[in-house]
Each structure stands twice: as C-alpha cells, then as structure tokens.
Design a protein around this ligand. Structure first.
Ligand code: NAD
Ligand code: LMR
Length: 325
C-alpha cells in the first residue's frame, strides 16, 4: 500500500496559550484524520524559542503515530515553506477593558511580514487561517502583502462566535446543539458582529418561531458579541481552548464538506455578495465542498439585518484604512 505523503501544517505563536491548546490536537490527527501523516512547522519569536523547545519535547512524548517531523523556528522561510495549512495565531492578545481593534497598530506589522513570507515560501494551495486579533483586518493585511497567492486562500476565524451562538441558543431552548442548523455570523470578529438567527432552524423548523425578538436583540446578540471580553474578565486571559477548537473546525470544514443543509461562518475576502465591498475580509455564512468555501447566495435580508450588517461593514472599512492607510 502506498503511504500518503505528509501534509505540512504551520502554527505561529505555537508556544502561546492557543498554540499550546492547538498543536497537540493537530498532531493527534484530529485535523487531518487518521492515516494522514503530517509535519508540524511551529513558529515563534526568538524570546519564545526555549518554551517552544518544551512544546516540541512534549509532542515527542505523545508518540503520535501520524506526526512525522516537527520544525521549530523563528525563521518565516522555514516556517512557511511549502506548507499546506497555516494557522496564524501569534499576536498580542487584548487585556481587560480593551477592544480587539486596539491591537491593530501593535499586531499589523506581524501580518505584513507574514503575508510577505507566505508570498515567498507558501504555494497557491496554502490555506491560511488568521486567529490573531483583530483577525479580519490582520487577514486582509496578510493577503494584501501576498499578491502572488490567491486572495481567497486568506481567511479569518469567526467559528468561535458561531459556536458561542449555537451554545447560547441551545441553552435557551433546552435543545441539543445537534438540532440547530443555519446560524451565521456576519462581519467583524468584534463587538459589532451580527450573529443572525433569521435563517436558522431547530429540528427543521424556523428557530425564530420559538424565540422572543426582544431576547434575541437585547440578550442573545450582545452576549455572543461580548463573550470574548467576558472570558477575559472571568479567566484573566483570553479564550484559548475554545479558540483552538474553533480553529480546527474552521480548517477541517474548509478541507472537507459542511454537513448537508448546514452552514458554517468564515471571514473571507468578499466577492461583492450582499453589497459588501470586494476584498473586505467579512464573515459570511458559507458552505464548503470540494475543498472550497462558497458564500451562501441570495438570502433574504430584512431591514434590521441590513442595518446590523452595514454597521459591522463600516467598522471593518475603518480598520482597513488604519491598517493599510
Ligand atoms: P499568547 O500571548 O498566549 O500567545 C501568543 C504567542 O504568539 C506568544 O507565544 C508569542 O511569543 C507569539 N508571537 C508573538 N508575535 C509573534 C510573531 N511575530 N511570530 C510568531 N509568534 C509570535 O496569546 P493567545 O492567547 O495565544 O492569543 C493569540 C492571538 O489570538 C491574540 O491576538 C488573541 O487576541 C487572538 N484570539 C483570537 C480569537 C478569534 O476568535 N479570532 C480567539 C482567541 C484569541
Ligand atoms: C475571543 O473572542 O475570545 C478572542 O477574540 C479574544 C478576545 O480578545 O476577545
């Protein structure tokens, strides 16, 4: 039997909180599936290389059968050369009382440099997921600095917000998450995001039939949009395990298919759908098939939804001018 060639998976910020929650799950086969060998490229800044060495030792001590090699480096050429998947996690997290956009000036340079390095060392098949905040605009910055790669390969993570919305609704209805379909998050991974229940189904029936509009507007939307800040307040550090979990789901769905009749949320360069300017990295409901994502077309948009979608679009355009201006 011919062995499959290994896939190469890069993770930046690999010794940070999310990195530590992420790399063991990837190495265990949860991302690519049993029988698919992989090589991890773990990227850090020089000051974090000693800690990264410890992460590497622990990975070795797990004796994961599919993990064929581990590259640990602070060199982006070695980090990104010929990688199939790149998780761009390494960036400063916000502290209590900050907005994610307050990180823009500190983190933008990281994504300029990494975009250029991906342009030079990655391939046109490399799928990129930006997790480091502010994730949408960092993905845009990386994409703009990688002009030779397809723009659609650069995405940012809103699956964590999607999962938060699923969990909140399941709790409210006292129904299992598995009965929920077609939720989506529009726009920015920020306080202006719009978690939208208007197309959602519970056990095949319109979800909004079972929910009070006041609860949706006054409790559900703010709770999902502010969940990251709430975690920081309670835990004293930003979400890590749930972020790593969402990152794996994002990449796995992108490579595989979304379940029949369901969507996921991904921030992707807009193709002009729903009037969102082309190129802006905006979260849409998407389906995935054949290794590609497709923005769900032609959903009816109410005036309430339109107002919310425009608000988060305006914020993203402001971030874009700050980051690229
Ligand atoms: P952390 O501080 O624990 O770890 C960040 C790691 O990145 C550190 O080890 C640091 O050395 C490394 N790093 C910094 N600059 C780097 C660079 N240029 N190249 C490579 N590595 C670099 O932070 P964390 O909790 O792991 O969070 C990482 C980022 O993810 C933050 O920006 C955080 O806000 C964001 N985040 C996003 C989401 C989301 O849903 N999109 C969710 C949670 C956290
Ligand atoms: C989250 O949503 O948990 C992350 O983006 C971290 C943060 O700053 O809120």
């Amino acid at each position: 039997m011919n062995a499959r060639p290994p896939l190469r998976v890069a993770v930046t910020g690999a010794s940070g909180q999310i990195g530590y929650a992420l790399v063991f799950r990837i190495a265990s086969g949860e991302l690519l599936g049993a029988g698919q060998p992989l090589i991890l490229h773990l990227v850090e800044i020089p000051a974090a290389l000693p800690a990264l060495r410890g992460v590497r030792m622990e990975l070795e001590d797990c004796a994961f059968p599919e993990l064929r090699d581990i590259v640990t480096t602070d060199d982006l050429g070695a980090g990104f050369r010929d990688v199939d998947l790149a998780f761009l996690v390494g960036a400063k997290p916000r502290g209590a009382g900050m907005e994610r956009s307050d990180l823009l000036l500190q983190n933008t340079d990281i994504f300029k440099t990494q975009g250029r390095a991906l342009n030079e060392h990655a391939t046109s098949e490399t799928r990129v997921l930006v997790v480091g905040n502010p994730a949408n605009t960092n993905a845009l910055v990386a994409q703009r600095h990688a002009p030779d790669l397809p723009a659609r390969n650069f995405t940012a993570m809103t699956r964590l917000d999607h999962n938060r919305a699923l969990a909140k609704v399941a709790d409210k209805l006292q129904q299992p998450v598995s009965l929920l379909r077609r939720l989506c998050v529009w726009g920015n991974h920020s306080g202006t995001q719009y978690p939208d229940l208007s197309h959602a189904l519970v056990d095949g029936r319109p979800l909004l039939e079972s929910l009070d509009a006041d609860w949706v507007e006054k409790e559900f939307i703010p709770a999902v949009a502010q969940r990251g800040a709430e975690i920081i307040k309670v835990r004293g550090a930003s979400s890590a395990a749930s972020a790593a979990n969402a990152a794996i789901q994002h990449m796995r769905l992108w490579r595989e298919n979304t379940p029949a009749g369901d969507w996921t949320s991904m921030a992707v360069p807009s193709d002009g759908s729903y009037g969102i300017p082309e190129g802006l990295v905006y979260s849409f409901p998407v389906t995935c098939s054949g290794g590609r994502y497709h923005i769900v077309p032609d959903l009816p948009i109410s005036s309430y939804s339109r107002e919310r979608m425009e608000r988060t679009r305006r914020e993203l355009e402001g971030e874009k001018s700050t980051a690229l201006g």
